[in-house]
Write a protein that binds this ligand. Structure first.
Ligand SMILES: Nc1nc2c(c(=O)[nH]1)N[C@H]1C(S)=C(S)[C@@H](COP(=O)(O)OP(=O)(O)OC[C@H]3O[C@@H](n4cnc5c(=O)[nH]c(N)nc54)[C@H](O)[C@@H]3O)O[C@H]1N2
Ligand SMILES: Nc1nc2c(c(=O)[nH]1)N[C@H]1C(S)=C(S)[C@@H](COP(=O)(O)OP(=O)(O)OC[C@H]3O[C@@H](n4cnc5c(=O)[nH]c(N)nc54)[C@H](O)[C@@H]3O)O[C@H]1N2
Ligand code: SF4
Ligand SMILES: [Mo]
Length: 744
């Protein structure tokens, strides 16, 4: 069937989730363009969205639950068998070792968080406690700092900022904020605005910068400390803001006063005059917004760098004003709250509720009595995306039970005892909780474009079947809610409060209760959106004024708007001073003094600023975002129009020293392994620095049954122990390596 009508949905390739409109034919997406009605993207897309049919029409979809045979091959089984066996085997693990030995990884990629919203019911019912996902290999260091400073996640308002600062972030390629390329071009063109980029590579973003601080890889801590020190030493702080809104300023200033700016500039390889000029430009601006990303979050001293870069906007008072940095509302929090716990085996910090990804192999591959025994992986490919793939594979293989929920037979699925085929993101209602904007924050529920591929099920249904199989809920208890749901949302809200009040056990499996009782009355195949009712109520209670200002009278009205708004909607409209109310400390002030970070700062003079060795003299950044990378979402490599091998970028000097010409094959070796790579000589790279893209080395069988796996899987070259001392986040951007010519 051809559907000529343009149907709204969203791109699923990065956290922006730009609104798109599509036409379809049969099960294929045939035409794609930006959706002008989307409140955040307003018609914008990057080059990648137009390639989405390579996801939709992938020839590598799973179409039946699979069970591993003793010889390692898989047999197709029916859903009832799969669900009852999986539930029985998880119950057996719980009875033998405790439910807390069942570990959950994933819960959503760049386009899908609804499945993860339902997993909690099953996990709580079985007594599982520990979980993790990709955020624990990038954002947990920042989350720890954020929790201390103001208790929430911040985003910069780049659209309006006079000065935008990108620290280890290349938004031209990686996007991450609305209409990124448009905004970057606007900044570059406007003589009254400026851009500061801290990156060792001359990226497409750096090319647009007014101040490119080309740090040596891994030396950002010295650069950022020097920048913060200039603010203090040259009296460039916003004293009124600090006096009114910030606690603990003096201990921070005392330490920054001691920083030898010239020495630190030399340590990071940036001209002192350029560094000072960039800081003075920041200090002179009416508004400053800062984005830190993987270039520091996955490099040495990462947590300290997260702390230090925030000085650039806090000491200058660029908060709670147009074009500044903001706390924001969330439709559902991406990060768990609560203090820092510890993982059971390695005692690693559990920040934002997440065990560090890098600790996963050690939490399993040990005879420690508290090791994880069973695992569920949903919408994630840890055997490819976590450091040290060999260790991850060995760990996953040693589990008593591994269940993977995915659309494809991934590197991780191939290690599972059971693989459950999910309907893909255009075959079910979907949404993400990447709602990170201020003052207007948006949420987009996408309606299904297609029926689920035969044999697959949407995750909400998979989780509901698993909860039912546990026998955790007496179904008769749900009948009053089912009846109320048929009467409308007001009756439902009243019945819901009564039911959960009378039986707190239902509260534990809330998403399941909503799916089972409200789901059936939702129109247009939107049963899977039922959990959003609870989130809408919560948003309306947490931000009553901002939700009303956005035009929603209460939680039910917000939920109805979510169901109806095919192109997404604004769910909160804040005013700038609301930023202060969003600070979670009781006095609503920023708490600047973090003793651990100030201690770390004081050890910088003694810390090594290079970690390379004679054996591994180069720094490899393993996992750069490029025009044709999109995590592990596309398995079909023909989606790429360029850079099909995922070339190793190397400087002109290094290529000459090794004896390489463009397009040569070379051997890349690290402490963890080695790989053959195709070389691209690039004047964007500093001598001593090479980079490989992310998302390569995924295998794929094409329509003719041919198997291909172009490029290098970056985590065959990375190590588990190579990680931040506070947050356990990996140093993927800073892997000591060697490049050799291959002689033939
Ligand atoms: N095209 C594309 N876009 C994506 C994704 C994708 O796969 N492809 N993935 C999405 C995801 S999950 C994420 S988390 C974001 C990540 O987005 P980014 O963090 O922007 O992506 P990267 O290219 O990995 O790293 C950013 C920059 O860090 C620089 N860098 C390397 N070493 C250092 C260093 O020592 N110091 C500094 N200051 N910089 C350094 C690199 O040169 C690079 O320009 O992208 C999102 N967007
Ligand atoms: N060396 C190195 N490693 C890295 C990085 C790096 O820069 N360098 N980057 C890290 C970062 S920032 C991130 S975010 C992670 C990302 O790594 P992962 O957490 O593994 O996430 P994705 O690549 O998004 O994987 C998405 C998975 O979801 C599946 N999928 C797609 N649609 C659906 C669906 O509808 N339902 C289900 N159930 N599954 C679906 C896909 O087939 C795929 O297996 O990688 C990290 N790993
Ligand atoms: S910016 Fe992100 S969400 Fe938007 S089109 Fe590009 S990849 Fe898709
Ligand atoms: Mo990421």
């Amino acid at each position: 069937m051809t559907v000529d009508q343009w149907q709204p949905t969203a791109c699923i390739l990065c956290e922006c989730n730009c609104g798109i409109v599509v036409q379809t034919e049969g099960r294929a997406i045939t035409k794609i363009r930006g959706d002008k009605d989307h409140p955040a993207s307003a018609g914008y897309t990057c080059n990648k969205a137009l390639r989405l049919d390579h996801y939709q029409s992938s020839t590598n979809r799973l179409t039946s639950p699979l069970r591993r045979r003793s010889d390692g091959s898989y047999e197709e089984i029916d859903w009832d068998t799969a669900i009852s066996e999986i539930a029985a085997r998880f119950l057996a693990v719980r009875d033998a070792h405790g439910g807390d030995k069942i570990f959950y990884y994933g819960g959503g990629g760049q386009g899908n968080h609804l499945g993860g919203a339902y997993s909690g019911a099953f996990l709580k019912a079985i007594g599982s406690r520990y979980r993790s996902n990709a955020l624990a290999q990038e954002k947990t260091g920042e989350a720890w700092v954020d929790a201390h400073l103001y208790g929430g996640h911040t985003r910069g308002e780049f659209e309006h900022a006079e000065v935008s600062v990108f620290v280890g972030k290349n938004p031209w390629m990686s996007q991450s904020f609305p209409r990124a390329r448009v905004v970057l071009n606007e900044i570059a063109k406007d003589p009254d605005r400026a851009m500061v980029v801290i990156d060792p590579v001359v990226t497409d973003t750096a090319k647009l910068a007014d101040f490119h601080l080309r740090v040596r890889p891994g030396t950002d801590a010295w650069c950022l400390a020097a920048m913060a020190a200039v603010l203090v030493q040259e009296d460039l702080c916003d004293e009124e803001f600090l006096a009114t809104h910030v606690n603990g300023v003096e201990p921070v200033r005392d330490v920054l006063r001691q920083v030898l700016v010239g020495d630190y500039a030399a340590r990071c390889g940036v001209e002192e005059t350029l560094l000072r000029a960039a800081v003075r430009r920041i200090a002179a601006a009416d508004s400053v917004a800062v984005f830190e990303d993987l270039g520091i979050q996955q490099a040495p001293n990462s947590t300290l760098c997260s702390y230090l870069n925030k000085m650039l906007w806090i000491l200058t008072g660029n908060f709670a004003k147009r074009g500044g940095q903001h706390l924001h509302s969330s439709f559902a929090p991406l990060f768990g709250s609560g203090g820092v716990g510890r993982s059971p085996v390695t005692g690693s910090p559990v920040i934002a509720g997440l065990v560090p990804s890098n600790a996963v192999p050690q939490e399993i591959l040990t005879d420690h009595p508290d090791r994880f025994r069973a695992m569920i992986v949903e919408s994630s490919n840890p055997a490819h995306s976590i450091a040290d793939s060999a260790a991850v594979r060995a760990a996953l293989e040693s589990l008593e039970l591994l269940v993977v929920i995915d659309v494809a037979m991934t590197e991780t699925a191939r290690l599972a005892h059971y693989v459950l085929p999910a309907a893909n993101q255009f075959e079910k209602p979907e949404a993400t909780f990447f709602n990170l904007e201020f003052p207007h924050n948006n949420f987009h529920l996408r309606h299904p474009l297609f029926e689920p591929l035969p044999g697959s099920l949407p995750e909400p249904e998979i989780w509901a079947r698993l909860v039912r199989a546990l026998g955790a809920v007496d179904d008769a208890e749900l009948d009053p809610l089912r009846r109320a749901a048929r009467e409308g949302l007001d009756a439902y809200a009243a019945a819901f409060l009564g039911a959960v009040g009378a039986n707190p056990g239902l509260g534990r499996v809330l998403p399941y209760v909503l799916y089972e009782t409200l789901g059936p009355v939702l129109p247009d195949g939107l049963a899977g959106a039922a959990a959003l009712w609870g989130l809408a109520q919560k948003a309306a209670m947490t931000y009553p004024d901002a939700v009303r200002r956005a035009g929603h009278a209460d939680g039910n009205a917000l939920f109805e708007a979510v169901l109806a708004g095919r192109s997404g909607l604004t769910f909160t409209a804040h005013e700038y001073p609301d930023d202060f109310a969003l600070i979670s400390h009781s006095d609503h002030k920023i708490a600047l003094n973090m003793p651990e970070m100030l201690d770390a700062l004081q050890t910088l003079p003694a810390r090594p600023s290079a970690l390379t060795t004679a054996e591994f003299p180069m720094v490899l950044s393993a996992g750069e975002r490029r025009a044709y990378t999109a995590n592990d979402i596309f398995r079909d490599p023909t989606w790429r129009k360029r850079d099909t091998e995922g070339a190793l970028r190397i400087s002109v000097d290094d290529a000459e020293a090794v004896g390489l010409v463009d397009g040569d094959r070379a051997r890349l070796t690290t402490a963890a392994g080695n790989a053959e790579v195709t070389v691209e000589i690039s004047d964007a790279m500093l001598p001593g620095h090479v980079s490989l893209p992310n998302g390569f080395g995924l295998d794929h069988t094409d329509g003719q049954g041919r198997s291909v796996a172009p490029g290098v899987a970056p985590n065959e070259l990375t190590s588990s122990q190579w990680r931040d001392e506070y947050a356990g986040t990996p140093w993927h951007k800073h892997v000591p390596a060697r490049v050799d010519r291959i002689r033939r």
